[in-house]
Write a protein of this length. Structure first.
Length: 322
């Protein structure tokens, strides 16, 4: 069986089964309607290299899910398996309820994929580029004008409609590539390093655009080396290293499992600022109650300070054998 998936692969039924953890124990499974992507013991091998190693992963629908890891962690390989471009060596993956290996066309209709290379064609105008992909997805020509208008407005490229693609800046090419991934109005977006090479302004614009798409009901799975960018928008994260999943959940859930204490910085009406250490939500609530009720202090700011994704990533990956 070839590693790559042919576009003519016929549809079939997804494999039945239940997820198991690394010890082979059955774990509680979320309802299918609540899951955008589910990987179970997913592995991908290239010769002697095990790029993805028994990955168990659940991406909730409606989330902005950040996949974090250094080069070689297995992020792009995982994305390629989600996007129907690679077959797993072993294990199972479903995307919007369908197995990409068995139902690639079903998955492609519901998923938009933006790889880590831009994939834009320099010898086309911007509108021609979108027309090409609209035709590829079988969208009627009568719909093209309104489709192009809407997508270019969404990614703020309306004034570049008649420009040649090769005249665009890198940031504009990234936004055009995102518009291409949205041509067929997918429910799920898979974005591999979309902020790579962008200047700070372009990264902010991209981040705000992804937040807008999420409010429109799209699930977004995104990888990035710029952890601060993911911290600004992700509802859930997963940390990979050397092909293995080390942790997954919300940043707070992961910190809680690590047993990490939180620092709460409090500013009072007097101008004084104090830092307090708490271990969980109950202690944080009790602290606020004590300050306001028991001690009758005028609190004007009560903020939990986080070490951020960078600190969380370093804590999780410390001591991992390569």
């Amino acid at each position: 069986m070839s590693d790559t998936i042919d576009i003519e692969t016929s549809d079939g039924e997804p494999i039945d089964g239940h997820p198991v953890d690394g010890d082979g124990k059955v774990v509680e499974e979320q309802p299918a309607a609540a899951v955008a992507v589910r990987a179970q013991q997913l592995s991908k091998r290239y010769g002697s290299l095990l790029a993805v190693n028994q990955l168990d992963l659940v991406v909730p629908r409606g989330s902005i899910f950040g996949l974090i890891g250094p080069n070689g962690a297995g992020k792009s390989t995982t994305f390629a398996m989600m996007a129907t471009l690679l077959r797993p060596t072993s294990g199972r993956i479903t995307v919007m309820g369908a197995d990409p290996s068995q139902k690639p066309r079903t998955v492609r209709r519901r998923m938009g994929y933006m790889p880590d290379n831009l994939g834009v064609y320099d010898n086309l105008r911007v509108d021609e580029y979108i027309e090409f992909f609209a035709a590829s997805y079988g969208i009627s020509r009568t719909e093209w004008p309104s489709l192009i208008d809407g997508l270019l407005e969404l990614v703020d490229l309306s004034v570049k409609r008649s420009s040649m693609v090769n005249s665009l800046s890198r940031g504009m090419k990234q936004r055009l590539s995102l518009a291409r991934a949205l041509v067929h109005d997918p429910e799920l977006l898979i974005l591999d390093e979309p902020a790579s090479g962008l200047d700070p302004r372009a990264r902010v614009e991209l981040r705000e655009l992804l937040k807008t798409l999420n409010t429109m009901g799209k699930t977004i799975v995104i990888s990035s080396h710029i952890l601060a960018e993911l911290e600004e928008m992700c509802t859930d994260i997963a940390i990979m290293e050397a092909g293995k999943l080390l942790a997954a959940g919300t940043p707070r859930e992961i910190l809680s499992r690590l047993g990490g204490a939180r620092t709460v910085r409090v500013r009072f009406a007097t101008g004084a600022t104090e830092a307090f250490t708490v271990n969980d939500d109950a202690e944080q609530a009790a602290l606020l109650r004590r300050l306001l009720v028991d001690e009758e202090r005028d609190v004007v700011e009560f903020v939990e300070e986080s070490g951020g994704l960078e600190q969380l990533f370093m804590s999780i990956t410390e001591g991992v054998v390569q």
